[in-house]
Design a protein around this ligand. Structure first.
Ligand code: BGC
Ligand code: BGC
Length: 843
């Protein structure tokens, strides 16, 4: 294929292109790509055959006293109490009083939740909340048995919801380091930090084996290679839970783990989050099933089931896999939890009702905001006898068995347990040292024309928009769900890449200058340019092409300029995945992949900066955990194979200039609909007086439109002319963004994502409505637009638009701002996200 056409292919459907090729190599595994030719006949599509799966033995000994206690509890529990154990509510939507009344078995804290509605609450408030909920759960004043609840959290790279905790590199970076012992230490340090704030359960490790890095959660997996992932899982589970013989976890520095997401979360077609995997049962077993063996061998306490489906059937409703394979064949003896309202996606189910999940083998429903209807639905069905009592008893017994194993019945309230309130353990020097070692070992060197290691005594310029940004180097699932809305002040004790380099240079008597755009006063001896992806998490990170979003490529130009002045350039890339970045690879003299290193940026300086005698302090040992693409599609082949990585011992080889593609037209960040003064690629900015016929597409400003009733001009916002200002003299006016393809934002809507609109208002309209329009539907919400002295980022929950009639699966104008009367306002940005400054009410 010619280089020129690649951008076009990426734009107009990768699947059509992929259809032409049958296999490509990922790691050591030869993996068939789409379309998979399945041997399974359509009639039994999505039905697994447990007998062809490996059998294991769950090593956790059943304690006779625990079993006696479980039997006695089951005998005394009311049906209501039993059903309560099966339900997990999110902190967003549950109170201790609810837990007392409904005997809920568990609570969780989702990425954007926190004690008292504050996901950035200080650590002591988490422990206080843990006590409140615990005490409510064991309250027996209503005559119940009072079973203590457990609290789950996404501590996926350290205790990553807590300010001040050690943030370890995300799993993809750990995959690059190939160090099983360090994995166990990371697990142990994470468990101890979790215990400080009183939680008992982490939704980790993610054991996905990502096969298509367009998937926005690929960085949560260690590698594309099932063997590498499998080699880590046991160590991580052991670090978190202690050995399988450990039957009193809460007495030591441990928590229970959850391997997720069962199964083939990393195997969906085209890397679509929560999508369908059409692979054969053999591939399902040999690639995605691999890590579950070592997890079970280590006695993992819980397994979380995937949102995704296999051969068209949602995992959450797949009895052959959840019960047949996982529980029966693999002998998994813990309990199975579903994912965030994932039951609502099972065929025939809704968020409020889904007995199918229980019957498939789910023991605990993660029903964040739907726990009450789920509870009532299960209770009514149990009373009517339409769900069997033995399935309920089995699920309750599994949950109680895990609670017994951790010693929960005798542990007392969270603040009385060991490690609780030991706040000095959060981000302790010992834990930060482990993280820093992991950062050092995860760096992958792709190019070095002799510029590295850097002489520490000279003048170093540190450029690039990612150099001094702890949120950026930490990625998604850090303090907030998508990793957005936080800044350096939220990371006390952490070290940014810039400050790590600065400390190393200054310690050696040199000088360092931070300059994001690469301009300088005194000519440096060398420059490090830090660039790459910005934080994202579930599905907001999905892309059509493996390329850096066009709006993030400005540092390429910085590298070019520095190089033109004869300054040696080191490119340092922050990224959750291998991406096409040939311009940077060509222009920089050295290229280092840092992945998402987390809070200990000092580990980067450790490897980049030489000792005073010019020899390296630490060598590069990291190897690619997945193949690096030659173009924006991995199907075009690997530029660097799985396992590639240079060291200081490697020869500085000649660099053959790589072909550069035009990626400016790539769709880029699908969350960003309008920014830097322009709509996203293939989107249009339109203004009308409310009629299709008078609709004007705004390309150039200033523009006078609607028969002189409106003028559109440019305003500065973030960048020069980064906003569009609309001055309207009277009547109805509509400003809207129209997308080339109809948009489906159903998943985002279910996940509490908002439409974020950044506005400055000089003159308020008489009235205003914000809405979304599809071919056959529309949904509007009335809003106030007060005069503001600066730009304000308003958020409207997508749910409001749906509630008011918008068909969120099919939107052509997903953003419409309609005003009545004279007004004057500017739009700086329109995007999806969760970091609103002011949340608008549904109306
Ligand atoms: C994610 C899980 C996570 C859960 C709780 C889900 O949307 O898929 O990985 O553990 O939310 O935050
Ligand atoms: C929560 C996440 C959760 C996601 C589900 C968000 O609102 O904060 O924890 O994983 O929804 O898609």
């Amino acid at each position: 294929m010619s280089v020129k056409s690649v951008g076009i292919v990426a734009l107009f459907g990768a699947s059509a292109f992929l259809a032409g090729c049958s296999t490509y190599s990922v790691g050591s595994a030869q993996v068939a790509s789409r379309p998979a030719v399945s041997v399974t006949a359509p009639s039994d599509a999505g039905v697994a055959h447990p007998e062809i799966w490996p059998a294991y033995e769950y090593p956790v000994a059943v304690q006779s006293d625990d079993e006696a206690r479980i039997a006695s509890l089951l005998a005394r529990m009311t049906l209501e109490e039993k059903i309560g154990q099966l339900v997990q509510a999110d902190l967003c939507c549950v109170t201790p009083e609810d837990v007392r009344k409904y005997n809920l078995g568990s609570i969780l804290v989702g990425g954007n939740s926190g004690p008292g509605g504050n996901d950035l609450a200080p650590a002591p408030e988490w422990l206080a909340a843990a006590d409140d909920f615990y005490l409510a759960s064991v309250d027996k004043s209503d005559g119940g048995v009072g079973i203590p609840l457990i609290w789950g959290t996404d501590a996926v790279h350290g205790h990553s919801n807590i300010i001040g905790a050690t943030i370890f590199p995300h799993n993809i970076g750990l995959g690059a380091m190939r160090d099983v012992d360090l994995i166990q230490k990371i697990g142990a340090a994470t468990a101890k930090e979790i215990r400080v704030t009183g939680q008992e359960w982490t939704f980790a490790p993610t054991v996905a084996v990502p096969q298509d890095f367009r998937w926005g959660r690929a960085y949560e997996g260690y590698s594309s290679d099932p063997d590498l992932v499998a080699s880590y899982v046991g160590a991580m589970v052991r670090g978190l839970q202690g050995p399988p013989s450990n039957d009193d976890l809460l007495a030591g520095p441990y928590v229970i783990a959850s391997t997720k997401h069962f199964l083939a979360d990393g195997g969906t077609d085209d890397g679509v989050d929560q999508g369908d995997s059409s692979i054969s049962e053999e591939e399902l077993r040999d690639i995605h099933g691999k890590p579950y063996g070592p997890a079970i061998a280590e006695g993992v306490s819980t397994v979380m089931v995937s949102f995704s489906s296999w051969q068209g059937k949602k995992m959450t409703g797949n009895r052959s896999l959840v019960t047949g394979v996982l529980k029966d064949r693999m002998d998994f003896g813990g309990f199975v939890v579903s994912d965030w309202n994932a039951h609502g996606q099972v065929e025939g189910c809704s968020n409020e009702s889904c007995p199918q999940a229980l019957m498939a083998g789910i023991d605990m429903y993660m029903a964040p905001d739907t726990w009450k209807p789920i509870y009532e639905d299960l209770l009514a069905r149990a009373k009517a006898g339409t769900i069997p009592m033995d399935r309920i008893d089995d699920a309750v017994a599994r949950i109680l068995r895990v609670k017994g194993r951790i010693g929960l019945f005798d542990a007392g309230k969270p603040s009385d347990r060991p490690y609780s309130g030991d706040y000095e353990e959060l981000g302790s020097p010992e834990h930060r040292a482990i993280a820093r070692e992991a950062v050092r070992k995860s760096l992958v060197l792709l190019k070095n024309q002799g510029v590295l290691p850097l002489e520490p005594g000279g003048r170093l310029l540190v450029a690039g928009d990612g150099a001094d940004d702890l949120a950026r180097q930490s990625g998604g699932w850090t303090l907030s769900w998508q990793g957005t809305g936080v800044n350096n002040s939220h990371f006390p004790g952490a070290t940014s890449i810039w400050s790590g380099l600065e400390q190393a240079v200054q310690g050696a008597g040199g000088s360092a200058e931070l300059s994001p755009d690469g301009t300088f006063e005194t000519r440096p001896d060398a420059a490090v340019v830090v660039f790459g992806e910005t934080p994202y998490a579930e599905f907001q990170g999905d892309r059509e092409a493996l390329a850096l979003d066009p709006e993030l490529t400005a540092p390429f130009e910085t590298m070019r300029k520095l190089k033109a002045q004869g300054i040696p350039v080191v490119a340092l890339m922050i990224t959750g995945r291998p991406l096409y970045v040939n311009p940077a690879l060509n222009d920089a003299d050295a290229f280092v992949v840092a992945w998402l290193p987390g809070s200990e940026g000092g580990g980067i300086a450790d490897v980049l900066m030489a000792k005073e005698d010019g020899t390296p302090r630490f060598d590069f040992t990291g190897k690619l955990p997945a193949a690096w693409p030659r173009t924006t599609q991995i199907a075009d082949g690997a530029l660097f194979d799985y396992g590639y990585g240079l060291s200081y011992a490697s020869d500085a080889s000649e660099w053959a200039e790589l072909p550069e593609l035009d990626t400016t037209e790539l769709a880029g960040d699908s969350r960003l609909w309008f920014s830097a003064g322009a709509p996203a690629a293939r989107w249009s900015l339109l203004v009308s007086g409310g009629e299709e016929s008078d609709q004007i597409r705004i390309t150039n400003v200033p523009a006078e439109i609607l028969s002189g009733k409106a003028t559109v001009t440019a305003e500065n916002y973030l960048v020069q002319e980064g906003a569009r200002r609309f001055a309207i003299t009277s009547g109805l006016a509509r400003t809207e963004l129209r997308n080339f393809d109809a948009l489906d934002i159903d998943r985002e809507t279910n996940a509490d994502v908002m439409l974020l609109v950044t506005l400055k208002v000089w003159d308020s309209p008489d009235s205003a409505r914000l809405g979304a329009i599809g071919p056959d539907s529309e949904g509007f919400v009335d809003i106030d637009l007060p005069v503001t002295s600066d730009y304000v980022r308003y958020g409207i929950p997508l749910k409001c638009l749906r509630e008011n009639g918008a068909d969120v699966t099919n939107l052509t104008q997903p953003f419409v701002l309609e005003t009545q009367g004279q007004t004057d306002y500017a739009i700086g940005e329109v995007r999806l996200g969760s970091d609103a400054e002011t949340v608008l009410r549904c109306g």
